[in-house]
Design a protein around this ligand. Structure first.
Ligand code: SF4
Ligand code: SF4
Length: 404
């Protein structure tokens, strides 16, 4: 685990602990702190030890300058924005380190920087194959273990708190929202597709998801997995994914430009129409006990007032004001509807039995899962790739020739 990854993980866990502490859940805060400390001690690697000190210092600094941020005060939108910007910033720094690492490697200067393993989150097919190998063969891949860890983590997050990963953590979602806002500043208005076209377009992401699922489940028999994991293609699969974005072919370039244009044209259009990851999480989110629930007793509309603020705030275009329970696979638990509602008790993210989650609660659960599971995996020795710098340096010049 690199220093940058360590600082991000520990900062996230300290933030989660702080939200609990200032929310009055001191036992929860103590438990997270102890768990993080235990994992750091068990792992006993210098980036985690130094990262803990840096994360604590950074957090203390931010707390002094902006205590309302570290205490999670403010409306749900502010808490969500703080969390999503934190995730995006962490990933941006990690991405930069990954690019510099490869640049050094290609110029014969390997060994000066470590590859951040968390980038393996961007090779979910490899992660899916690794999970399959664990389940069917008890085989734990050593070349990209973080891919399996991150895929597992995101899947668990959807089962617990719906598509909160999409609404709170995904940097592509945040980028899309910013591009959409930018476009609206210069070209106001929306050009939404009609309902008859919207539904088939939404199904495109499920089509992509089921193609990928088919490849993982049926595309390669379990017996072939050990050979695949030992092959050059798997060893260098993260660099292949990186090359798609950083030095795209003409076709890849056209796809990227189209996706960015879509994001500008309609809010969350990539999440809604194309993202296979979002499709998988949408299906898993049906298992989550937490749903947006509207109370007829408190809702202004139920009392005869003309109110649809929740529906107008929803980026997933769900008609919240007409539903008692939002069961949609498009709901990202973003809580914009709750923030927009003038009646405090009218909307909740809650279970059928009445256990409700505040924005702080979602932030804590999400950060706990996204940061604690990788930390525990690292402490158990299942995080760092065993593909050496020498092997990477040898394979990188043949990147475009290597196939599977
Ligand atoms: S229903 Fe509410 S929580 Fe779900 S996507 Fe819409 S605004 Fe977000
Ligand atoms: S914004 Fe609140 S009060 Fe208005 S319709 Fe939605 S739930 Fe009811």
């Amino acid at each position: 685990m690199t220093l940058v990854e360590s600082v991000s993980l520990l900062l996230g866990l300290i933030y989660a602990s702080s939200l609990l502490y200032f929310g009055g859940k001191r036992w929860g805060a103590a438990l997270i702190s102890l768990m993080a400390l235990a994992a750091v001690i068990v792992a006993s690697i210098w980036p985690l030890l130094v990262g803990t000190a840096i994360a604590a210092a950074v957090f203390a600094l931010v707390h002094r300058r902006s205590p309302q941020l570290t205490q999670g005060e403010g409306r749900a939108d502010e808490v969500r924005d703080a969390v999503s910007h934190f995730f995006a910033l962490s990933l941006l720094i990690v991405g930069l380190q990954y690019v510099v690492y490869h640049a050094l490697l290609l110029n014969g200067l390997g060994g000066h920087l470590t590859r951040p393993d968390v980038v393996d989150a961007f090779i979910p097919i490899a992660g899916g194959l690794e999970l399959k190998a664990i389940v069917t063969l008890n085989l734990w891949d050593k070349h990209h273990p973080a891919a399996a860890v991150m895929l597992f983590t995101v899947m668990v997050s959807a089962i617990v708190c719906k598509r909160a990963f999409c609404g709170w953590a995904c940097p592509l979602g945040l980028l899309g929202t910013q591009l959409y806002r930018l476009r609206k500043r210069f070209i106001p208005g929306d050009a939404l597709p009609p309902a008859w076209l919207d539904w088939p377009l939404r199904m495109v992401k499920y089509l992509l998801f089921f193609v990928l699922l088919y490849l993982v489940v049926f595309g390669m028999p379990s017996q072939a997995l050990p050979g695949y994991f030992g092959g050059n293609y798997h060893m260098i699969s993260d660099a292949k994914m990186g090359a798609f974005f950083l030095s795209p072919s003409l076709l890849a370039g056209i796809i990227i430009v189209l996706v960015l244009a879509m994001a500008m044209w309609q809010q969350q259009s990539f999440c809604r129409y194309l993202c296979p990851y979002g499709a998988g999480l949408g299906l898993l989110s049906f298992l989550s006990p937490f749903k947006i629930r509207r109370s007829d007793e408190h809702c202004l509309k139920s009392k005869g007032f003309a109110c649809d603020k929740c529906t107008r705030a929803c980026p997933a275009r769900i008609e919240v004001d007409n539903l008692i329970t939002v069961r949609s696979d498009e709901c990202q638990a973003c809580m914009r509807c709750i923030s927009a509602c003038p009646k405090k008790e009218a909307l909740t993210l809650s279970t059928r039995t009445g256990i409700s989650l505040s924005a702080k609660g979602v932030a804590v659960i999400l950060m706990l899962m996204m940061f604690a599971i990788p930390l525990i995996a690292a402490a158990c020795g299942y995080w760092h790739s065993e593909v050496t710098d020498e092997m990477r340096a040898y394979l990188l010049p043949y990147l475009h020739q290597i196939g599977h």
